[in-house]
Structures are given as structure tokens and as C-alpha cells.
Design a protein around this ligand. Structure first.
Ligand code: SF4
Length: 591
């Protein structure tokens, strides 16, 4: 770290809100020596510090890179607007939090692509680093820009800005890229990029090729057992242990389920050891067992029982992201919240049975009602539900069925002389995601969504115990437009950035008018593109990326959805999606 950093940045740090976001030096930071490291990457997160520092993907890569003696991983997050302005006013560049070196001095920047609304933030971070925005304009001494994460499954809307996209799991490929950098100092930047683009799981827009994702078999040594701890509260202040990657449920709207196949399960001994080590190293009083559906893990009850025993009397608690209602286990719920019964979260996603079959939720009303009643009987009085409206083939009665489901729960509780629980419904708007059976299906228009919201709200007086929180339809429309967008969106995104769009993942920052004006300039119609239903026979621009699931299987699932026909989860019976033969793996479920 630069010796005189605090002196040099004193006036900026004392003038900004929350300087602790920008000073680094967090407990458990790796703080590697910049000058003596042979290859350096700054893991860059296009959102605020408190969001980025919690990102588990970045924690994994930070751990893996810093485990190699000669390699260094530093971190950088999107500064808030005040700090960004102060940097500019004082002619300072955005820097790595640990080394305090300008980002432009690193060999690589590695952007996490978690959500589409962060695209313009990436461009602003480049500007603040004095790095050329368009990749074709970058000079020999500028870093190579990497990007990976869920949005990389359609890299087209930002393909003019990123040098190399990492598709799928980044554990091995990040080190392979760094090795090419280390061993090829005789090559020009462009020659190195070309060489790197040939790696499996790497997509380079300048040398486009059909790119199949990388998959990584979970092992113990690649999992962190410590990570930098924020100076102040972050979104997830806890130790995170990834217990499973992928989800075999194959809900038809879910991109993570389809792009993260096959399911890989971490073995129970590793999970227990990792949780104990992580908590011991960090001092956290909570640990989370992370997975797309944690209670699907084969040994979940035994794992929590053993960890509860280990942490008995220490005040250290476990959390699971959400419970599957069909696999709901009261024993598990009690194990998780042995002392304080807070909120139980369940995701029915749709109110009617027909709609749950359309989306392949494989969940009956009886299972949902029984799960809630069991919770209430055991002392929980707060339930959180996740729903989606605007789903393909949805009818008005499916929307109204959300209220009917709550009424059925209330009736059952009254019949059993139980307290009616407080229910909070988080209701999202369907966004068609690439590489899912619903990728082709157009979103409802804003008018239609607003009508459906009013329809459901008309039932509110009948479900007084329920709070209905709707996601903002206009934001979901922008997400649909961006997530299926082609390379034509690059100039549109550049225009937004030039007009001041920044940190738009925070809804209060979005200037909707600015989006529509920029779209008009490039002859793009946001609503038309978001609501358009694509022809499945045509090749969509994201198909250059291959997540291993066969297109014919996706189309068949789309057709089955129209008939409300379900597909059994692949743990019970393989439905031949293609992933296992394409990756030559045999339904990997344990290591
Ligand atoms: S090929 Fe079969 S077992 Fe393998 S991921 Fe697809 S559905 Fe599951």
C-alpha cells in the first residue's frame, strides 16, 4: 500500500460520506504486495461497497487467486456519486482498495455481472480509472477486462466494452488466464487476448466462437474460510458456505437453474469443516448454507444438527436462503431457528396449481398450506412468500389465485384454532431470461402488468393479514429489454453512461425518460423488444453461448408449459436436457 495514501487523499476522504468504503485495510484482507506480484487482478464490482463485499463469487475468486504466492487479487467497488465527483475534482483515479494502485495499473480487471442494471456503472468505473471505454481502443498498457457471472450468458449488450467474458464457473479459468499473462510477456496485449480467447469457457467478442461454459467440481481447497470483513454493515454479514451448485428442479423461468447444471453437491464433512473454520476465523455469529435450494441437499438435517451441536451455547446461528415447501421439514425449521422464531420464507411463485404446473414448480397447494400450518403450529407468526406475475400463459384467475391461496391458509388456520400468520408477499414481474424454456416468451406490456396488479389489489380487503409488495414494472421491463438484447444495445448503453446513468441498480437513480430518449436515438423500442415473443426456429444472438442444455429440450419444455405439463426434477428421473452427456459427466451429485 502506498505509504502516503491517507495524506494524499485526506481532503477527499474527509469530504465524502462513509470514507470507510474507500480506505481498505479491512480485517482479513489479503493485502498482497503489488510490486512483487507477478500477475495482478482487481476484482471489480459495479455496485456499492456494502453490496460488493458480500458477493460470494468474488470471495471465491479472491481466495483462489490470493492462494497462489505470485498472484494478487485486489478489490474495487463502485464509489458513490460524491466520491466519484471528488476523485474527478482532485484529478485522482479509481484505485484498488488494498494496494491503492490505480486500476489502470493492474493486468486484469474482473467485473462481476450480477444484474443488467449495472452495465452503465461499469463504463463509469472505467472512465474514473482513465481506461478506454471501447475495448478496440484500449492501448498496450491498459488492463485486460474480464467479466463473468449470470449476465455473461448473454454478453452481447456489453460486447463492445469487455475484452473477455468468462462463461460458467470461474475457479479454474481465472488462474489459466493469469498463467497465460505470466508466461507470455513477449506477446502484445492483443496477441495475449487472442490466446486467452481460445480457452474453454472464454468468449471474446473480437474473436467470436461457439463457447460452452466451464463447470467446476466443488472441492474444499477452492472454498474460502475467511474473507475481508466490512468496516460497517454489509448486506450479508455472515460466513457463507456453498453447499450445492445448481438446482435440479428446473423451474422454467429460472436462469440460474438451467445455467448451473449439473447439480454438484459438496460432501457433508467438508461443509461442516468449512463452516467451523469460517466462523472461527472471522468471528461471525451467523453462517449461511448457500444453494439455489438448500433443503434439497441430501444430508441437510444431519449437517445442521451437527453444526448446532458444535456451536451450542455460543449464540452462533445458521440461515438457509429459502425453504422448498414440498421438502419443508419442521425439524429443519426448528433446527434453524431454535431460539428465536423470526420469518419463514417460501417461494410458491404462482397462486394457482395450473400456473405452478406451467412454470414446473412441482408444488401442490396442499404442500404449501401444510408447510405454513406446521410453521404456525410451531410458533412462527411471520411468513414471507415469493410470487411472480406476468408469467407465460397466465390468465386473470391465476393472478387472483394468489389471494385465494392466502385465504385458504387463513381458513385452515382458523379451523385449527391457530393464529392467522402475518404474510408478506414479494411479487416480481416475469423477465424472460436467455437459456430458459421461457427465453422466447415476451413480457406483458406495462399496461397489462398494471392491470394485473390492480386486479390483485382489489382482493386486498379479503386478505388483511397480507402485505403485497410489487416490484416496479418499469424496472422489470428494462431488465427484459437488456437481458435479451443484442450487440445493438452497446451504443445505447454508452449513450446512457454519457448522459449520467450510474448506479441504476438502485431504483431511485433510474431516469426512465433518459432510457427512452436514448432508445429513440438508436431506433430501439424498449417496450416492443421486451414484449416481443421470439420465433424458436430462429437462432437467438445469445445462442453463441452454450450452457450445455440442448435447445430442443428447452423448446420442448416451452411447449409442455403451454399444456401445463410438468417435468420431474432430474434427481428423481433424468429428462435428458443434454447437460450430462454434453459435459461427459454422470449426474454429478457428490465429490
Ligand atoms: S442430463 Fe438429466 S440428470 Fe443431467 S442435468 Fe440434464 S436432466 Fe439432469
Amino acid at each position: 500500500m502506498k505509504d502516503n495514501f491517507f495524506e494524499e487523499y485526506n481532503s477527499i476522504l474527509t469530504s465524502c460520506e462513509r470514507p470507510s468504503r474507500y480506505i481498505g485495510g479491512e480485517f482479513l484482507s489479503a493485502n498482497k504486495d503489488f510490486k512483487n506480484s507477478k500477475v495482478k487482478i482487481a476484482l471489480t464490482f459495479p455496485d456499492k461497497y456494502e453490496i460488493g463485499i458480500s458477493n460470494f463469487g468474488h470471495k471465491i475468486l479472491y481466495h483462489i487467486v490470493n492462494s497462489v504466492p505470485d498472484y494478487m487479487a485486489d478489490r474495487a467497488y463502485a464509489p458513490d456519486k460524491d466520491f466519484l465527483d471528488l476523485l474527478k475534482e482532485n484529478a485522482k483515479l479509481l484505485y484498488g482498495l488494498e494496494s491503492k494502485e490505480p486500476l489502470k495499473n493492474f493486468d486484469f480487471l474482473g467485473f462481476a455481472l450480477q444484474y443488467e442494471m449495472s452495465y452503465t456503472t461499469i463504463l463509469k468505473m472505467l472512465e474514473a480509472s482513465d481506461i478506454k471505454i471501447y475495448s478496440k481502443e484500449r492501448k498496450e498498457d491498459e488492463p485486460i477486462l474480464l467479466a463473468g457471472g449470470p449476465c455473461a450468458y448473454n454478453p452481447m449488450p456489453i460486447s463492445d466494452f469487455i475484452d473477455l467474458f468468462i462463461i460458467g464457473d470461474g475457479e479454474e479459468v481465472t488462474l489459466e488466464l493469469m498463467k497465460i499473462q505470466e508466461e507470455n510477456s513477449n506477446l502484445s496485449r492483443e496477441e495475449r487476448i487472442k490466446k486467452m480467447s481460445e480457452l474453454e469457457g472464454v468468449f471474446c467478442p473480437r474473436y467470436p466462437k461457439h463457447t460452452r461454459k466451464r463447470i467446476f467440481q466443488l472441492d474444499k481447497k477452492s472454498h474460502p474460510t475467511k474473507s475481508p470483513i466490512s468496516h460497517f454493515t454489509s448486506v450479508h454479514d455472515r460466513a457463507t458456505i456453498e453447499i450445492r451448485r445448481g438446482c435440479a428442479r428446473l423451474c422454467r423461468f429460472c436462469q440460474s437453474a438451467h445455467t448451473n447444471l449439473p447439480v454438484r453437491e459438496r460432501n457433508k464433512e467438508d461443509i461442516i469443516n468449512l463452516a467451523c473454520e469460517y466462523v472461527k476465523n472471522t468471528g461471525y455469529d451467523e453462517y449461511s448454507l448457500l444453494s439455489l435450494s438448500s433443503n434439497d441437499h441430501t444430508n441437510i438435517e444431519e449437517i445442521i444438527e451437527r453444526l448446532n451441536k458444535h456451536f451450542l451455547g455460543s449464540g452462533i446461528n445458521v440461515s438457509l436462503p429459502s425453504q422448498r415447501a414440498d421438502k419443508f421439514s419442521l425439524k429443519l425449521a426448528n433446527l434453524m431457528q431454535a431460539e428465536k422464531k423470526s420469518t419463514i420464507t417460501i417461494a410458491p411463485e404462482a397462486g394457482s396449481q395450473r400456473m405452478r404446473d406451467v412454470i414446473n414448480k412441482n408444488l401442490s397447494e396442499e404442500q404449501i398450506v401444510n408447510a405454513v400450518v406446521s410453521c404456525v403450529e410451531s410458533g412462527w407468526d411471520k411468513i414471507k412468500f415469493y410470487f411472480i406475475i406476468g408469467l407465460p400463459f397466465e390468465k386473470d384467475e391465476d393472478v387472483l389465485a394468489i389471494a385465494e391461496l392466502i385465504k385458504t391458509i387463513n381458513k385452515k388456520c382458523r379451523e385449527m384454532n391457530l393464529k392467522v400468520p402475518k404474510i408478506t408477499c414479494s411479487i416480481a414481474v416475469f423477465v424472460p431470461k436467455p437459456h430458459t424454456p421461457f427465453a422466447w416468451h415476451g413480457q406483458n406490456t406495462l399496461e397489462e402488468i398494471e392491470r394485473k396488479i390492480s386486479l390483485l389489489l382489489s382482493k386486498k380487503p379479503e386478505i388483511k393479514n397480507a402485505k403485497l409488495n410489487f416490484h416496479t414494472p418499469k424496472v422489470s421491463q428494462l431488465e427484459a429489454f437488456l437481458t435479451r438484447g443484442s450487440e445493438k444495445l452497446c451504443d445505447f448503453i454508452y449513450e446512457l453512461y454519457k448522459n449520467g446513468s450510474y448506479l441504476d441498480s438502485w431504483e431511485e437513480n433510474i431516469d426512465f425518460e433518459m432510457y427512452h430518449k436514448a432508445a429513440e436515438k438508436f431506433n430501439l423500442d424498449i417496450e416492443e423488444l421486451a414484449t416481443k415473443t421470439y420465433d424458436t426456429d430462429k437462432t437467438a444472438h445469445w445462442e453463441i453461448i452454450d450452457c450445455g442444455v440442448n435447445k430442443s429440450w428447452l423448446i420442448n419444455e416451452y411447449k409442455k408449459a403451454q399444456l401445463a405439463a410438468t417435468t420431474i426434477p432430474c434427481e428423481t428421473k433424468c429428462s435428458n436436457c443434454g447437460v450430462c452427456p454434453n459435459f461427459k459427466v454422470h449426474k454429478v451429485l457428490d465429490n
